[in-house]
Design a protein around this ligand. Structure first.
Ligand code: AMP
Ligand code: ZN
Length: 139
C-alpha cells in the first residue's frame, strides 16, 4: 500500500533497524521502544490485521518470532518476553499493517499494563453464553 509506513520500511523507502528478513517477513526495532530490544515482526505483503493476514504469512511471522525470541534471549538475557499484537483502532492499533511486538522484559522494568490486569471472577452463565456464541460463529 502506497501510503503505509510499514510497506515503505519493507521497500527500504524509510530507514529501519532491521534484525531479520526472509521471503515473507521483515523484523526491525521499534523506534519508541518500551524496553531495549523491542522488535516488530511484519509480513512483507500488506495486511491490516489478524482478520486480513493470510495463513501462510501468519505462519511465517510466528516461525520468525521463534527465531528472533531466541536471538533476544542470547543477546539480552531478558527475564521474559511479551508478545503483543493489536487488531483495530478500537484495540489501540495505530499502524494499520499487521505487526507482532516482541517486548523483552529486563530486570527492574516496570510491569506492562497489558500483563497485569486485575483478575475478577466472571459470571459463568455469561461466560458460557459468550463461548456458545463464538463457537456457533466458527467457520
Ligand atoms: P501499535 O499499532 O499500537 O501496535 O504500534 C505501532 C508501533 O509502531 C509503535 O510501537 C510505534 O513506536 C512503532 N512505529 C511507528 N513508526 C515506526 C517506524 N518508522 N519505525 C519503527 N517503529 C515504528
Ligand atoms: Zn503496509
Amino acid at each position: 500500500m502506497d501510503d503505509c509506513i510499514f510497506c515503505k520500511i519493507v521497500k527500504g523507502e524509510i530507514p529501519s533497524f532491521k534484525v531479520y528478513e526472509d521471503e515473507k517477513v521483515f523484523a526491525f526495532e521499534d523506534i519508541n521502544p518500551i524496553s531495549p530490544g523491542h522488535t516488530l515482526i511484519i509480513p512483507k505483503r500488506h495486511a491490516q490485521d489478524l482478520w486480513e493476514i493470510s495463513g501462510d504469512d501468519l505462519t511465517a511471522i510466528h516461525l520468525a518470532s521463534k527465531k528472533i525470541i531466541k536471538a533476544i534471549q542470547d543477546a539480552l538475557q531478558p527475564s521474559g518476553v511479551a508478545c503483543v499484537q493489536l487488531n483495530g483502532p478500537g484495540a489501540n492499533q495505530v499502524v494499520l499493517h499487521y505487526h507482532l511486538h516482541l517486548v523483552p522484559r529486563l530486570a527492574g522494568d516496570p510491569e506492562l499494563p497489558v500483563a497485569t490486569w486485575e483478575l475478577k471472577e466472571g459470571d459463568m452463565e455469561a461466560v458460557r453464553e459468550t463461548a456458545d456464541k463464538i463457537a456457533a460463529a466458527i467457520k
